[in-house]
Design a protein around this ligand. Structure first.
Ligand code: PRP
Ligand code: XAN
Ligand code: MG
Length: 167
């Protein structure tokens, strides 16, 4: 497997606190924007990174109907081809009308391409967005440059570092 971090010159480190604030900001932006009397009928999280932001959005907007969609990228030679390996309840989400799809970030946009194909009328919301994929997203909070790798709190751990002036 290739290390996606190598071509990224910058790092954007997100703490749990920052993620909570940014996901709340996303929720407040979406409040009252649903197609029927401003209401959203369901939240669909793109697993796994979308689950924590989706929970926060659903909590802020008092949406109790929450489902998931799982997209996995398979590597065929150099090209990665994302496929849906778990669908949400299609009777519930239909063509996506009134459905809020939540992910932690959009990067190349390949993940969202397959999700949008499945639910073309859904509203796509991510907490962070990079320029390549930004056009697929209807709402986001913070944009970072394409050469930035976003480090999420669930991938990190506190670790001892040597003092600057070692002995
Ligand atoms: O716009 P793209 O280039 O498709 O990349 C964005 C996707 O990549 C990451 O998920 P990943 O596939 O790493 O899985 P995970 O959410 O389970 O960590 C991230 O959570 C987005 O879902
Ligand atoms: O943790 C992550 N940070 C990123 O910047 C990214 N882009 C795609 N997938 C990603 N995962
Ligand atoms: Mg993901």
């Amino acid at each position: 497997m290739t290390d996606q971090r190598l071509p990224h010159e910058k790092g954007f480190h997100v703490s749990w606190d920052q993620l909570h604030r940014d996901a709340r900001a996303l929720a407040w932006r979406l409040d009252g924007q649903g197609p029927e009397n401003g209401e959203w009928k369901a939240v669909v999280a793109i697993t796994r990174g979308g689950m924590a932001p989706a929970m926060i959005v659903a909590r802020e907007l008092d949406i109790r109907t929450v489902d998931t969609i799982s997209v996995k990228s398979y590597n065929h030679q150099a090209q990665s081809e994302p496929v849906i390996i778990k669908s949400p309840d299609m009777d519930l989400v239909g063509d996506g009308t009134g459905v809020l799809i939540v992910d932690d970030l959009v990067d190349t946009g390949r993940t969202l391409d397959v999700v949008i194909k499945a639910m073309p009328k859904a509203h796509i919301a991510t907490v962070y967005a990079k320029p390549m994929g930004r056009d697929r997203v209807n709402s986001y909070v913070t944009e970072v440059s394409q050469d930035t790798w976003i480090f999420f709190p669930w991938d990190m751990a506190l670790q001892y570092v040597e003092p600057y002036r070692g002995t």
